[in-house]
Design a protein around this ligand. Structure first.
Ligand code: UD1
Length: 326
């Protein structure tokens, strides 16, 4: 099978896991001169291949709107080129790296109105130190719940939009060619080789990089924002499970999560403790685009792919505290 993005953080672990599982793999990565937007190179790489595991993407939130064309080019157009090449080469199986960002905010319940979908938080709330989203009907504070794959999509960044576009393109490809696609919606992936502190990095890499430089991790808001931190080797195993499961149908999406949510404050505290300090500082700062809580139900992946994360938060953070970064 062909794995795209094999030089990247998650792609490199996926390649290792699939090789260990006995698959015959070949890699495709821009860092080796292989661009997913190059149809000729792709077609050569797809000869004799039975499945594509598409991990190559421009990730993170980006610096500003000037990044928009690059995200669309690499993630949306690039996936279209991959799918068209797969159709020409009669490759009928796709596993796609998607993301929890397609949901926007997580799932929320209002005491009076049940399950609701709050929009972006108001800046006056954030500036006043009120960080929980409000009920769109009565403005009461909400409680967060685990999100399932059937929740409506609400992409709130260019990156999120391109990840959802990838899913839609894959579904169209599958319907028109009779192929099958699985979209793995990764939650906050961490572990060895994760990229260092860049404008594109997630919070776990930022905290680890700060601690390594002797600086205190800066925790935004009040530190109570919840995420599902899932270890990269578990994510790699999920890709192997998705290939082996042979899920029928055009496109099925799965949360790939630990099922054990933690707050950003707990993340900072765990990493700081493992490194012996400095202690995290909670600043009350906020980023307008951030969502408050996004935690997942891992049940569909467990039932249909037989995948459950195996590396717990404490063990994963112990490893991340000193693991080599990319
Ligand atoms: C992140 C990724 C997103 C990816 C998703 C799932 C980025 C920027 N975001 O989204 O692309 O799809 O995981 O893997 O890569 N925070 C701090 N201190 C900091 C930085 C962040 O407290 O120094 C807080 C933020 O305010 C936020 C939380 O940590 O509440 C998570 O931030 P981050 O990892 O950047 O973004 P996600 O929304 O989780």
């Amino acid at each position: 099978m062909l794995i795209t993005g094999t030089a990247g953080f998650i792609g490199s672990h996926v390649a290792e896991a699939l090789e260990t599982a006995g698959h015959d793999i070949s890699g495709f990565d821009l860092r080796n001169g292989d661009d997913v937007r190059d149809a000729d190179r792709l077609e050569r790489a797809l000869r004799g291949v039975d499945a594509v595991v598409h991990q190559a993407a421009k990730v993170g939130l980006g610096v500003n709107i000037a990044d928009m064309p690059d995200y669309v080019s690499i993630n949306a157009y690039g996936t279209a080129v991959v799918l068209a090449a797969m159709a020409r080469c009669r490759v009928a199986r796709l596993v796609l790296a998607s993301s929890m960002v397609v949901y926007g905010e997580g799932a929320y319940d209002c005491a009076a109105h049940g399950r609701v979908r709050p929009g972006p938080r108001a800046e006056r709330d954030l500036a006043a130190g009120f960080f929980e989203p409000r009920c769109p009907r009565c403005a009461a504070a909400l409680t967060s719940a685990a999100i399932g794959e059937d929740a409506p999509a609400d992409p709130r960044s260019v990156y999120a939009t391109t990840k959802l576009t990838q899913e839609h393109l894959a579904a169209s490809w599958a319907r028109e060619t009779g192929g099958t696609a699985v979209a793995l919606r990764y939650h906050n992936v961490y572990g060895p080789r994760m990229p260092r502190d860049t404008p594109y990095s997630g919070v776990a890499a930022i905290f680890r990089s700060a601690l390594e430089a002797g600086r205190a991790p800066t925790v935004f808001e009040d530190g109570g924002q919840r995420r599902d931190f899932v270890h990269v080797r578990d994510v790699a195993r999920a890709n192997a499970a998705a290939l082996d499961a042979g899920v029928p149908g055009a496109l099925t999406a799965y949360n790939i999560a630990s099922g054990e949510p933690h707050t950003v404050g707990e993340l900072a505290a765990a990493l700081a403790a493992e490194r012996g300090g400095p202690e995290p500082v909670t600043t009350g700062e906020y980023r307008l685009g951030d969502v408050r809580h996004i935690v997942a139900s891992p049940d569909r992946a467990a039932e249909e792919l037989g995948f459950r994360a195996g590396i717990g938060f404490a063990a994963g953070m112990r490893e991340l505290a000193t693991a080599p970064l990319g």
